[in-house]
Design a binder for this molecule. Sequence first.
Ligand SMILES: [Zn+2]
Length: 337
Amino acid sequence: MDASPSIIAQMPKLELHVHLESTMDGEQLARYASKQGKQLPRPGNAIYECSAEDLSNFLAFLDMICSMVGSIEDLREVARDFSLRSRQEHILYAEPILNPTHWPQFTVPQLICALEAGFDEGAAEGGTDCRFTLSLSRNQSQAEALDFVNLLCAHRSSRLIGLSIDGNEALTGRTGEKFSPAFRRAKEVGLSITVHAGESSGPEGVRDALDLLFACRLDHGVRAAEDADLTARLVRERIPLNLCLTSNLTLLYRNPEEHPLRRLWDAGAVITLNRDDPTFLGLTLTEELTRCARFAHLTIQDLLQAQYWAVDAAFCSDAEKQQLRSSLHAFAQSLNR
Ligand SMILES: [Zn+2]
């Protein structure tokens, strides 16, 4: 069956690769800025009308918008609003990522408390069930990474489910060895691990993520497609790839035809479909899935399969996964009526 936007909008969805930093809209940012007596560099409604020509540029932009959030209450609202907005387009479950290096105004325990409270509020008001990972940056030191993991251990919460890492590997070079002790520790204490790799790094970054950082899933991972052996390994080991087509077409692939979504799909990779940076890209998940369907000739059944894979890849409990699968089954049956 064709994947029409109206059917995709109704489909129960999951999102595993979305940065909370990129979910604040312009109006919200302008309000937070004025509370601090600050001014946005452009009016709120035009704040995302900028060209982030490369990843470094984009990460600096994220630092700027996060600096507009001056209080823990405002950050709690960011979390709550994400949960409520996500539900409006039938996202049942999401695992947003937050990178504390974009938020130097807050301590890690403050960040955890704010997100926990905000996602609790959202869920209580009927919003999407959200868990979150906190992310290291590739340019941090080994000691900072270990301290960070120890902090997470000391402040475990029901919604904080894992450790991730992002940043620009094209600038930092290979950092797998440097971060391996921190990720080993995270694994030992039962934090789930997801790693940005195979975007600003090539296949070598993906290999390091698996072998040195113990990743059980990959954020992006698309550039693994440059290496047939590695692609075969990802398929064989059922490592989920949290793909973000629109983001990749904005920041990574200048020629859309180079994007390997269809090739990875045909190779049998486990694929989930995500937005990465919703407000920066001006994108709902329904729009992202519609675009993926058109781009890679995916049917509604294919998009539904990607939701089942997202359930498999999610870091929630088996009982919660069973509930999510029930919702997907009900939708699948409604398609046959
Ligand atoms: Zn990302």
